[in-house]
Design a protein around this ligand. Sequence first.
Ligand SMILES: [Zn+2]
Length: 61
Amino acid sequence: MPKCSQCGKAAMFEVGGHALCLGCKAKVDQMWQAELAANVGALNFALGMAEAQVGLPGMFP
Ligand SMILES: [Zn+2]
């Protein structure tokens, strides 16, 4: 049984070449979700800015 590369517990998953236990895998998933949410937020913000810049009603037919 491989050991978790982060805490030494019995690893159940492998992520990016690292053996991870359930707890550490959950932490990685949380980090990814937070990063994804941040990226989506930044994307929405950028889209909003783009809309604000090009969204001039009446300028285009
Ligand atoms: Zn672990």
